[in-house]
Design a protein around this ligand. Structure first.
Ligand SMILES: Cc1cc2nc3c(=O)[nH]c(=O)nc-3n(C[C@H](O)[C@H](O)[C@H](O)COP(=O)(O)OP(=O)(O)OC[C@H]3O[C@@H](n4cnc5c(N)ncnc54)[C@H](O)[C@@H]3O)c2cc1C
Length: 440
């Protein structure tokens, strides 16, 4: 580990030389470079996941810092953009515990049922919230609404310092602390007992730490937009598998829906270039007229679909979190929901350690956190990867597997309950912060 730390130090020096003249860092006295106080937990990246962790650590005896390169509301902010997020019921309960839900409840659109079908095939199923005895399987929210609520909450958080418009450029691991260089309005050096790398799927911190990531490019993209439909089904989301890709409609209130179309990249490029009327007709045709005519098209945008898995989720006094740890296809709307369960577990772990005056960066503590999350992470990643491959494969034999899967969901109560539980983000073993996620 010591050898690793040394290699990081040399890497950090290379990066510092590239970003700014080295003397600006080294000739000032050490104290002048430090912000008021060092940190217990420094979170690099204030996107959906980093900001959620900061919020979950409110009212804990911990000094928390968040370094964010592009703050909420600024153009180009990658997390709080035009997308919507289907928040599982489990995530909604975590947001409630964190104190975020009151700011979101008015904007949240409940998903009370999900209709799943495949064009040209017999099998289909409808999953209902009532079957789990819950009010909704999840809620649809715009990413901007979640960003506004999170930034409002963090602004009121007494134990938090926001270091916005600043980028983490280098990290140096030490036995008792991590030294972090940030570049914003000048260069500063911070010290923290624990660093959280929540800087997204392309995480530079992960690379600096020498953590390799396995990347699987599905060769597909997701096209997203908002649109209105003639015959809306209140509170019902719809997932439809077709030879032209997978389409999903998420209810946004009245006749408005968020529409996601995932398909081969070249096909998505063609769809982006279609005149509005032709695109709306093509989208409506996917559902065989179930929702009538589509109209009032919003802006179309696309995202490449890749699976990214970090080879390790911790280093000495560092935890890799969110998309930096695992970025999965949005086909089953699980990415943020999975990360929020990681957030809940990590916040539980850190809160318990802080209360007992234990070292929050201790290797044994971080190992226990990583171990506790392995099963859920693996299950969710494998499940989503399977869905992405099976439901985007035009082969006839794979179509039979899909039919069998949908039929199984319709006819087999145990499979159906398991699928419902997973979709709603409910767990058999839940972190304490999220103990309401448990199912009987
Ligand atoms: C089309 C699409 C639809 C999706 N829909 C759903 C859904 O319905 N449900 C669901 O659960 N999930 C969904 N997801 C997944 C979800 O969007 C991700 O899980 C989530 O965005 C991950 O957040 P993050 O904070 O880890 O990373 P990011 O969103 O990438 O945020 C990283 C943050 O770090 C900052 N940053 C980067 N580098 C640095 C640095 N060096 N220093 C400081 N700051 C830095 C960035 O500015 C950014 O704010 C969807 C994804 C896509 C692509």
């Amino acid at each position: 580990m010591r050898r690793h730390a040394r290699s990081l130090q040399s890497h950090a020096r290379v990066r510092t030389r590239k970003k700014a003249p080295r003397r600006s860092v080294l000739r000032r006295p050490a104290q002048a470079k430090l912000p008021p106080g060092n940190f217990d937990v420094l979170i690099a990246g204030g996107g959906l996941v980093g900001a959620s962790l900061a919020a979950a650590l409110a009212e804990r005896p911990l000094r928390v810092g968040v370094v964010e390169a592009v703050p909420f509301g600024k153009p180009g902010q990658p997390s709080y953009d035009d997308r919507v997020t289907a928040l599982s019921l489990g995530s909604q309960r975590i947001f409630e515990r964190i104190g975020l839900w009151p700011a979101l409840a008015g904007e949240a659109n409940p998903i009370r049922a999900v209709h799943v079908s495949e064009r040209g095939r017999f099998a289909k199923t409808r999953l209902n919230a009532q079957e789990l005895g819950v009010e909704a399987l999840g809620y649809v929210l715009s990413n901007r609404a979640i960003g506004a609520a999170l930034s409002g909450l963090l602004a009121r958080q007494a134990n938090l310092q926001m270091l916005a418009l600043a980028k983490v450029t280098a990290v140096e691991l030490q036995p008792q602390e991590v030294l972090v260089t940030i570049l914003g309005d000048g260069e500063r050096r911070l010290s923290t007992r624990l660093l959280i790398a929540a800087d997204g799927a392309q995480s530079e911190i992960r690379q600096q730490l020498g953590i390799a990531a396995r990347v699987w490019d599905y060769g597909q993209s997701a096209l997203i937009c908002n649109l209105s439909v003639e015959r809306a089904e209140a509170g019902c989301a719809c997932e439809r598998f077709t030879d032209e890709g997978t389409a999903a409609l998420l209810p946004m209130g009245a006749e408005r829906y968020a529409f996601i179309w995932t398909a081969e990249r070249a096909h998505i490029q063609k769809l982006l270039a279609l005149p509005e009327a032709d695109f709306l007709a093509a989208a409506a045709a996917l559902f065989n007229g179930r929702f009538g005519r589509f109209f009032k098209l919003g802006k179309r945008q696309s995202y490449p679909l890749k699976l990214v898995c970090a080879g390790a989720q911790r280093r000495e006094r560092v935890v890799v979190l969110g998309n930096a740890a695992h970025s999965i296809s949005p086909i089953a709307a699980q990415g943020f929901n999975l990360s929020l369960r990681d957030v809940a577990a990590l916040a539980d772990t850190l809160a318990a350690a802080a209360q007992g005056a234990a070292d929050i960066g201790a290797a044994s503590l971080l190992d226990a956190y990583v171990k506790s999350r392995r099963r859920d992470q693996t299950g969710t990643t494998v499940f989503t990867d399977w869905l992405t491959r099976v439901f985007s494969n035009p082969l006839r034999s794979v179509g039979v597997v899909r039919d069998a899967g949908l039929l199984g969901l319709e006819l087999l109560p145990t499979l159906r309950h398991e699928f419902l539980r997973r979709s709603a983000g409910l767990m058999r073993q839940a972190p304490r912060l999220a103990d309401e996620l448990k199912i009987p």
